[in-house]
Design a protein around this ligand. Structure first.
Ligand SMILES: [Zn+2]
Length: 64
C-alpha cells in the first residue's frame, strides 16, 4: 500500500502549504479548499462583470 504523504510524490498547496494540491491554477498549486475558494472568487468577479454589462441579472443581495 502506498503512503499518500510520501514527500517525493506529494505537492503541497502553494496557498496554505498544508493540504495536498489537487489542481494547478495559473501556475500555482492549490488544494481542494483553496482551489475552490479561488474559483468561486473568480466566478463572482466574472458574474459581476456580466451584470455590469447587462448580460445577466444578479439577485438582490448582489447589489453593485
Ligand atoms: Zn490550500
Amino acid at each position: 500500500m502506498l503512503t499518500s504523504y510520501n514527500s517525493d510524490m506529494v505537492v503541497l498547496c502553494d496557498k496554505c502549504n498544508k493540504e495536498k494540491a489537487i489542481a494547478k491554477i495559473e501556475g500555482k498549486y492549490y488544494c481542494y479548499v483553496c482551489g475552490k475558494s479561488l474559483i468561486l472568487e473568480k466566478n463572482l468577479i466574472l458574474l459581476r462583470n456580466l451584470a455590469k454589462m447587462g448580460l445577466i441579472k444578479l439577485n438582490s443581495e448582489e447589489k453593485v
